[in-house]
Write a protein that binds this ligand. Sequence first.
Ligand code: HPA
Length: 280
Amino acid sequence: MSSLTHNVTLNVNFISKHTRLKPKVAVILGSGLGALADSLSDAVAFGYHELPHFPETTVAGHRGRLIVGRLEGRPVALFDGRIHFYEGHPMWQVAFPVYVAHKMGASTLIVTNAAGGINPAFAPGTIMLIRDHINLTGTSPLIGPNAPELGPRFPSMRDAYDPGLRESARRVAAAAGIAVAEGVYVAMIGPQYETDAELQMLSHLGADAVGMSTVPEVIAARHAGMRSLGISVIANAAVPSASADGLVEEPSHESVQEVVRGASGDVLTLVRGVVGMLEG
Ligand code: HPA
């Protein structure tokens, strides 16, 4: 058994001692989206520091706790606080929560994040369903010996973002009167924001939004055979300053969190609605 599998099993055993719920869905919350965590019923919360070998999150706006509870009656594992590669964690640890949730029984992953809007039509506050991603982190959570009990050595990334889940999200959005865009998310390693030249490159590559997360978790989910839905909140314009009319405001972590908090009610409605539409 690999040490990754061993650590996953330790967590599953620990969590199972405190709750009988077997989560069907894993939700990973991005910056400023922690409010969802407070809306679970039958909830049991674990600080990441309480969980065996669980990485700690160090970023403001990421609380660092796992809540197992019910959302729309469905058992979910909600990770309030994401682990980022730029915090210095090895890539396999960034994806660790996904494997823990999968081992507990989750077959669906919902990830939310804050992102910069490369597509000039995506103003701050836009909610974008991720159609596909470009991994520009230069690495992968699957680097290292493969643990065959977790997934195959060379997993497919076709439909990494499940079309059916996206369709559910569109239906929930339409019913609730929430406008949603759709696009390609590119992951950079961070933690610095992009230069103008990088933004120009990302635009040429076909990306609509840029961020520093999500891609590792979705790669791991696909590896484990899970379906994924990705929801980005466009928090700032990520366009070269020379290309826009007037001065483009530079992103800051505080302004990013503020814009995301403004959209969090709608994101919560989408997540809740999609979870409610899942079978079983
Ligand atoms: N770039 C990268 N990551 C981000 C951004 C951005 O402009 N905004 C929020 N996360």
